[in-house]
Design a protein around this ligand. Structure first.
Ligand SMILES: *Cc1c(COP(=O)(O)O)cnc(C)c1O
Length: 421
């Protein structure tokens, strides 16, 4: 059979892809192993909780006695090794879930200590912002310990965490959109042990966005009291239409639920309007989909490295989130790369991404994304501020073959325009 070249890839790019893939075989098998382990973990939890069709029906109105919702929360708690879980469509995004967790755990006069430099941009408004309702405006203090050469500074953490007024120590697992290393659960565990020694009562909380199912462990299995994240990233498996989750100690999850709804009501209310099936099915797929996204990131790293660009993490490095950075060093190759990613998207493949002014950014930002769920970064996407050193953040890919196609189209654009080795 004569095979068709559906995407019009040149021979050179096809060869480049084959070369990268061959080289990556041993690294891919490690990713598959983690997906196997986490898939079995999810299946076991579904079995233990006797998941059945009746749980998918959902509720309306107040949402009392939503058996599907409550069981899903128990399943999340099992997967993360915690006492309780709160998995809700009412969380509008990851920032909202994190914000409820923070406001639940802290009271006026308490201090939150972030030990991974400043929290994620959007969360920073909640913590130190001047807008009405911020933690700062409620008299909740904030201090931080900066990362040292991109890693946890355990000595400085030990000193800072010992202060009496520190009621929470906060860590961000993923690099997010910063130049730093992503933390492994082993590293998070070390930090937890240090904090426990000097301040046994401090709540240890982890921003787990982008980290779920990338390892066999989660932060709450290595000493964290709670963690939170978004359902339109890893744990929603690409199917969740919105939502977020919090897992952790029972009292902390309950306090966070009081913030999400109202004190005294908490998690008792919150209808699911027929969405439970997608949250279950998404969670079932999540270990696999996360592995697909990581393979896409690793493939991207190798291909872009072969084309002469600097990538981080390296293709060979273990992964603790789904983000890949590529330093293009100039605006033109960055634009070509984003055009290729956009061309490989299943939705809006025909549009050309243009750098544009974005609220909160000093420089124009270019974004490539064509997702089934608006803004879902578990789907193939790339974005970058248009400034030196023109670093692009690439993440997602619901299936490795489609993620790979996007990367190959990006390579094609770079080669055609003569902007690479
Ligand atoms: C995505 C993300 C968040 C939350 O962002 P939302 O857009 O509000 O979902 C928080 N922290 C990190 C590290 C993230 O990657």
């Amino acid at each position: 059979m004569k095979k068709e070249n559906f995407l019009g890839l040149s021979e050179r790019v096809v060869e480049l892809g084959k070369q990268a893939e061959q080289y990556l075989t041993p690294y891919f098998s490690r990713i598959d192993e983690i997906a196997d382990y986490n898939t079995q973990k999810v299946l076991a939890a579904f079995r233990a909780h006797r998941v059945s069709d009746t749980m998918f029906a959902g509720t309306t109105g107040y949402g009392y006695d939503d058996h599907g919702r409550d069981t899903l929360e128990e399943i999340y708690a099992d997967l993360f090794g915690t006492e309780a879980g709160l998995v809700r469509l009412g969380f509008v995004n990851g920032t909202h879930a994190l914000s409820c967790a923070l406001f639940g755990a802290l009271e006026p006069g308490d201090v939150m200590l972030s030990v991974t430099s400043a929290p994620y941009d959007t969360l920073l408004n909640t913590v130190t912002g001047d807008c009405p309702g911020s933690m700062k405006r409620y008299g909740i203090g904030y201090r931080q310990v900066d990362l040292k050469d991109g890693r946890l500074d355990l000595e400085a953490i030990e000193k800072a965490a010992a202060a009496d007024d520190v009621k929470m120590v906060f860590l961000q697992r993923s690099r997010g959109y910063a130049v730093r290393q992503t933390l492994s659960c082993a590293e998070i565990g070390e930090a937890c042990a240090v904090v426990r020694r000097v301040n046994p009562n401090a709540v240890i909380m982890v921003d787990n966005c982008y980290g779920e199912f990338t390892e066999e462990l989660e932060p709450t299995r290595v000493g964290a009291d709670m963690c939170a994240g978004s359902l339109i990233k890893n744990p929603g498996g690409g199917l969740a239409l919105t939502g977020g989750y919090i897992v952790g100690r029972k009292d902390l999850v309950e306090r966070a639920a009081y913030r999400l709804t109202a004190p005294g009501i908490g998690g008792e209310c919150g209808c699911t309007m027929g969405q439970n099936r997608l949250l279950y099915q998404g969670l079932f797929l999540a270990p696999h989909v996360t592995a697909q996204a990581i393979k896409t990131a690793v493939f991207c790293a190798k291909v872009m490295q072969l084309l002469g660009f600097t990538v981080d993490p390296a293709p060979e490095a273990p992964r603790y989130d789904i983000i890949q950075t590529i330093a293009f060093g100039a605006p033109d190759p960055l634009r070509r790369f984003c055009e290729g990613i956009q061309a490989g998207a299943p939705v809006d493949s025909f549009v050309t991404p243009e750098p544009w002014a974005m609220p909160g950014y000093d420089d124009p930002v270019i974004m490539a994304a064509g997702a089934f769920v608006q803004g879902a970064s578990i789907e193939l996407s790339a974005d970058a501020p248009m400034r030196e050193p023109y670093v692009c953040y690439m993440q997602g890919g619901l299936t490795y073959p489609s993620g790979k196609a996007g990367i190959l189209l990006a390579a094609e654009k770079l080669i055609q325009s003569g902007l690479c080795k």
